[in-house]
Ligand binder design. Structure first.
Ligand code: C2E
Ligand code: MG
Ligand code: MG
Ligand code: MG
Length: 292
């Protein structure tokens, strides 16, 4: 198998089904311990408003550096952890880290929200809203500074279970976003039924819109649809200023992507905020960070 990783060619062998199974098995049996041992961490990717480029929030993205397997891809281990019934451990860890971070910013006079990704399984846990309230209280963070991102397929796989929990989270004042919008099956029709505030346009369309008129049309219609439903529209996968300018011209509200920053470890994010943003007085007591 030939693949490229960071521009470098990597040669490997095709792992057998047994090897894949063993790897997954090891991963999930070690997950809880890995969290305790500090191998699991959270990186944060800033999001900025368009056109004024205020740092609106960060998305929390889980990272796992395994002593044997090295850096693991969340697209591989999150579903494995989920299938093993351990998503609660993962989500609670990411939530706690994120709220601790938001709390530190508030103490510095900064109002920056954190977005945490949820899995379907979180929405099957009736205790979940109570755990979230407990965490918000523990870190003394107002609910509007917490966003939960969920995929449309996640919600639609079991709407009877997911909807009451989503409504409960929403009624608490937590912001809800539909992630990877446009990739699921029933997008438009059911968006109205969901108690959501934001749509995040899937990065595949944003990455493609410079070269593919179809992708451009999808992006444009999601922006229009989102706005006509009164939602905030976020674009992920913004890698260059051409894309950012196009999104800005369409009226897209928020941009996230490598152009602004890659996901960063907590200390690097702090350095990024210091180096790339200017502090300006906010409308209330808090300061607003604007991208330079
Ligand atoms: P997502 O929630 O859609 O997150 C966005 C993904 O796009 C992240 O990948 C991010 O690093 C990547 N990305 C951001 N900007 C760009 C860009 O400009 N170009 C490109 N090509 N990619 C960009 P990551 O961190 O590998 O995460 C992959 C997925 O794993 C996430 O997709 C999410 O579905 C899942 N995930 C990550 N962290 C968590 C978590 O804490 N809990 C749960 N349940 N799922 C998570
Ligand atoms: Mg997300
Ligand atoms: Mg996404
Ligand atoms: Mg995704």
């Amino acid at each position: 198998v030939r693949a490229t990783r960071g521009g470098e060619e990597v040669r490997g062998y095709v792992p057998s089904m047994g090897q894949i199974f063993m790897r997954r098995f090891q991963m999930v049996t070690q997950f809880r311990q890995s969290v305790e041992d500090g191998q699991v961490s959270v990186h944060y990717q800033p999001k900025v408003t368009l056109p004024n480029r205020h740092v609106q929030g960060v998305e929390a993205l889980v990272r796992w550096v395994h002593p044997e397997f090295g850096k693991l891809d969340p697209d591989e281990f999150v579903p494995a952890v989920e299938a093993a019934g351990l998503i609660g451990v993962l989500t609670e860890f990411v939530l706690e880290q994120s709220l601790r971070r938001v709390r530190k910013w508030l103490d510095e006079g900064l109002r920056i929200s954190a977005a945490v990704n949820l899995s379907v399984r979180n929405l099957a846990d009736e205790e979940f809203p109570r755990k979230v309230v407990e965490a918000l209280e523990r870190f003394d963070v107002p609910p509007e500074l917490l966003t939960f991102e969920l995929t449309e397929s996640g919600v639609m796989s079991d709407p009877q279970k997911a909807l009451p929990i989503l409504r409960e989270l929403h009624s608490l004042g937590i912001v809800l976003a539909v992630d990877d919008f446009g990739t699921g099956y029933s997008s438009l029709a059911y968006l109205r039924q969901l108690p959501v505030d934001q749509v995040k346009i899937d990065k595949s369309f944003v990455l493609g819109m410079g070269t593919d008129l179809g992708d451009l049309a999808v992006v444009r219609s999601i922006v229009e649809l989102g706005h006509s439903l009164g939602l905030t529209v976020v674009a992920e996968g913004v890698e260059d200023d051409v894309a950012r300018d196009q999104l800005e011209a369409m009226g897209c509200d928020v941009a996230q992507g490598y152009l602004i920053s890659r996901p960063l470890a907590e200390d690097r994010l702090e350095a990024w905020l210091l180096a790339r943003t200017a502090r300006s007085p906010g409308r209330h007591t808090e300061t607003v960070l604007t991208l330079l």
